[in-house]
Design a binder for this molecule. Structure first.
Ligand code: ADP
Length: 266
């Protein structure tokens, strides 16, 4: 790797798509994120992951893809993959428009699941791309599962798996809210931002956070906090920030903390 920190950035599906409108991308947010990434690309080694939001989630929910291949059928598997790939193409295009050397990595082509968990990922090409100063763009996707036929690999699961192999310094999760709150901030006006999640308050936080407010086949905030805490255990600084506020992503990539919720293992 270039002699620079490795940073993973997740562009959340809730931010880059309109979650209540099937297959609709929020180009304003997406293009702004791409612009900020371009501004700092030379400062670090980057890997982009992104969620699917209103592209694959409604399709996966309709076919009940999480219940496995016998329930969703080959058609459900294929349609969900196509929807995930569609938003990926838009993300890659937006990054390339900023002259970034973005290369899509199709999760379902390099990942084997087992009972809903990632069992194996072939990551050598991705690692080589980073070494060659390219920008791999991986995404939440439906993949072959040795037990269930198929299951969904969420972006958080992917980033966790990649962290075990690549040990990023920072993992930045950018979504449509400023961080993790005591309750869903879209439903509860009294919800308060939780600045830091650590061993000390993890159980308490998990008790407070409810599921994400819209169709989310990957388990919403509880899944996010749990899997991001597991990720922090591997040694990375994990930051959850808002992608809707221009400038935050860039500042976060450059190393600023305290812009949203910090998750650390200690
Ligand atoms: P993404 O698709 O960007 O990964 P999700 O939709 O999975 O994001 O999760 C973000 C959403 O979770 C927010 O839009 C918010 O409405 C909802 N949410 C539910 N509970 C909470 C909470 N306790 N703190 C923050 N957001 C929450």
């Amino acid at each position: 790797l270039k002699d620079k920190d490795l940073i993973f950035v997740k562009l959340g599906g809730a931010a880059i798509t309109f979650k209540d409108k099937p297959s609709s991308a929020n180009f304003e947010v997406l293009n702004q994120a791409a612009k900020e990434i371009a501004e700092v690309f030379n400062e670090c080694n980057l890997l982009i992951g992104h969620g699917g939001g209103s592209f694959p989630h409604p399709v996966a929910a309709k076919y009940r893809v999480q219940e496995g291949l016998e329930v969703c059928g080959t058609e459900g598997f294929a349609e969900t993959q196509r929807a995930a790939r569609e938003i990926n193409q838009l993300v890659v295009k937006s990054l390339q428009e900023q002259n970034l050397p973005a290369i899509p990595i199709q999760t379902s082509a390099c990942t084997l699941m087992s009972n809903g968990q990632i069992k194996e990922m072939f990551t050598k090409p991705l690692e080589e791309l980073i070494k060659k100063e390219m920008l791999p763009v991986i995404y939440g996707d439906v993949a072959v599962d040795t037990e269930k036929g198929c299951s969904i690999a969420s972006t958080e699961m992917i980033l966790r798996h990649l962290s075990e192999k690549l040990h990023p310094k920072r993992v930045i999760i950018a979504t449509d809210v400023e961080g993790v709150y005591t309750a869903d901030p879209k439903k509860d006006p009294n919800a308060e931002l939780i600045r830091e999640i650590s061993q000390e308050n993890l159980e308490e936080v998990l008790g407070m956070v409810s599921g994400a407010s819209t169709t989310d086949v990957t388990g919403g905030m509880v899944h996010k906090v749990q899997s991001l805490f597991n990720l922090a255990k591997l040694g990375a600084e994990v930051e959850i920030i808002s992608l809707l506020k221009p400038g935050l992503l860039k500042r976060s990539i450059l190393g600023e903390n305290g812009l949203g919720t910090t998750i650390r293992f200690k």
